[in-house]
Write a protein that binds this ligand. Sequence first.
Ligand SMILES: Nc1ncnc2c1ncn2[C@@H]1O[C@H](COP(=O)(O)OP(=O)(O)OP(=O)(O)O)[C@@H](O)[C@H]1O
Ligand SMILES: [Mg+2]
Length: 241
Amino acid sequence: MEKSPILTLQKVSKVYRTKDVETHALSDINLTIREGDYLSISGPSGSGKSTLLSILGLLDNITSGSYKVHDTDTHTLDADTQAELRNRHIGFVFQSFNLLDSLNVFDNVALPLEYREPALSSGDIKQRVERALAQVEMTHRANHKPNQLSGGQQQRVAIARALAGSPSILLVDEPTGNLDSANGDAVMALLSELNENGTTICMVTHDIRYAGYAKQQIQLLDGKLVSQSSSAKEVSLSEAT
Ligand SMILES: Nc1ncnc2c1ncn2[C@@H]1O[C@H](COP(=O)(O)OP(=O)(O)OP(=O)(O)O)[C@@H](O)[C@H]1O
Ligand SMILES: [Mg+2]
């Protein structure tokens, strides 16, 4: 049986209008991301990758078409309700990690959780943070500050921060862009392992080699989805490190 859809785009277009220029950043995109999927989005600079990820993450609105998160049509929602939906379902991982230098690893992971779910007790938070750090094998660095970690370790902490909120999907933007190839490979192996354990992932990368880690690959060209392919390539953490 097919898994249930988490994110569904139907005939989605995005037009940016500035004073005298119209840019058709996305045209007629149909895309369904289901539970357990691992999808990569690649394509040349300006092809619409970041625009697509912003739309999927409810950071930007579509111009036409429809975008559903689970069964909720997002088009009609006000900004607050969109933010709620985003907080509940979407975990973000960025190229630049975006960790707070003044907080240790534990607090970096705990902070968004405290903010999003004020009803959680400190014991619940501790449990969620510890579980997320264990998932990325960073338990032993819980008391370190970000500047005491390697780039790859910082990215793993950023992934733990996203996972701590138990999102329906991780949206990952160029996760290896600031990493050397050894750290990049380790982060990619971690994403594959998380996916094998059930985490749904949608990742933007311009690196064709890394796109191959995903189970489904899509390519954008001038805002259009030009090809879609699947591979069952499996990479385990131990193989790649
Ligand atoms: N806020 C904006 N206002 C106007 N045009 C924009 C805006 N954001 C993006 N664009 C345009 O939309 C198109 C798609 O941009 P987008 O950032 O999605 O590309 P990308 O595939 O992520 O590129 P890169 O690989 O360089 O990050 C580009 O032509 C870009 O100039
Ligand atoms: Mg981009």
